[in-house]
Design a protein. Structure first.
Length: 377
């Protein structure tokens, strides 16, 4: 998550996962509750919503609201959108593939692959492992929580001046390491986008290729995710797409701004990917069915740590473990970035999946749509 949004929502909405034992994954009867939840979100102020579900009966989509508040054009089931922190599951998948190939160990220190990068103000990459990056137990400061960064890239005056800035992963990490770590590695949990910027840098160090190339080669192309891309510094969305809207404020009131165009390098490998609801459901189903990882690595990915302050949450390696209100157990991730709030999840057997996107970042919870799809309420 990035806005409100910036990362308050990342640890609250985006991480409403669960420690409870898996429950039977009985799909709700039909999708009527999902359709109603989507309409309710729009009635409560979200500009527009698009959602796609996949289950043994086929693929089903619904939309509500508008994709463009100026023209009144509706949202489309085919919309491309920025998925924010859902990117983290893709990154973790690639690192686990590299582990399965014997090219790294999750217990390698960050310094093994990025010598000297994590240093200063109590930070020490010789004490942080790759695994601790992926499950957010590193203690490394979250760069998006830096006050100057937030003013520059999340609030109105700064964003409108700097929306097209190019930021390098090294610069984002350097910003984070100006702050002391929140705790000693492995002793606590705290969501940090810096962890996944470093994870992307580790992929490059191991393979000699960008994390974007490796995700494309290892995940996007094999699964034929034709609507999914890693944009780098590209500021626009592929067509079809809707506009993305934000208050560019820490409140839900005031003017609404079109924030569709931006340079996603500010999110880097923590939240840069663009996708569609259909592609996200296909990705998570393939992942949980073992099509992307050997059994050992998938087990590692699903090995979770508790989220402090949220007894119903647990976090694996780029994967959220969540038990819904009716006891149905799902795996996935949430993501937010300027003007876009999303969630995607599937049952543990990969048979039933949903992905949903709101094209506004100041109101609503995509998790309510998730609950409606799997619980019928």
């Amino acid at each position: 998550m990035f806005l409100r949004t910036a990362l308050v929502a990342a640890t609250a909405v985006a991480l409403s996962a669960a420690l409870l034992a898996p429950a039977a994954a009985a799909p709700a009867a039909g999708h009527g509750a999902t359709r109603e939840a989507v309409r309710t979100a729009v009635a409560a102020g979200v500009p527009g919503v698009t959602a796609t579900a996949r289950d043994p009966h086929g693929t089903w989509s619904t939309t509500a609201g508008v994709g463009d508040t100026r023209t009144g054009a509706p949202r489309s089931a085919l919309d491309h959108y920025r998925v924010g922190s859902i990117t983290k599951t893709f990154v973790a998948t690639v690192l686990l593939q590299l582990e399965s190939e014997g090219r790294l160990s999750l217990d390698d220190t960050v310094d093994t692959w990025l010598p000297g990068v994590v240093r200063g103000h109590g930070n020490d990459g010789r004490r942080v492992t790759v695994r601790q990056l992926l499950d957010h137990t590193s203690g490394i400061f979250n760069y998006t929580s830096d006050e100057d960064f937030a003013r520059t890239y999340f609030l109105k005056d700064g964003f409108l001046r700097h929306r097209y800035d190019t930021l390098t992963p090294a610069a984002l990490v350097a910003l984070a390491t100006r702050h002391e770590p929140g705790f000693a590695p492995g002793t606590d949990w705290s969501y940090s986008n810096t962890n996944y910027v470093l994870a992307g840098m580790v992929i490059e160090a191991v393979t000699g290729h960008s994390y974007a190339r490796e995700i494309t080669r290892r995940v996007i192309e094999p699964l034929h995710l034709t609507g999914t891309s890693v944009p780098g510094t590209r500021t626009t969305l592929p067509s079809p797409s809707s506009r993305a809207y934000s208050k560019l404020s820490d409140t839900a009131t005031g003017p609404t701004y079109d924030v569709t165009a931006l340079n996603p390098s500010l999110a880097s490998s923590a939240g840069e990917i663009i996708s569609t609801s259909a592609d996200l459901t296909r990705f998570y189903q393939a992942l949980l069915r073992g099509r992307l990882l050997p059994a050992h690595q998938l087990k590692e990915m699903k090995t979770t740590v508790p989220v402090p302050g949220d007894p119903d949450s647990a976090y694996g390696l780029g994967l959220i473990d969540r038990t819904l209100s009716c006891g149905v157990h799902v795996w996935g991730h949430d993501g937010g970035i300027h003007g876009s709030s999303s969630t995607a999840a599937t049952t543990a057997d990969g048979r039933h999946a949903l992905a949903v996107n709101f094209n506004g970042d100041w109101t609503g919870d995509p998790g309510t749509v998730l609950d409606a799809e799997f619980c019928g309420s």
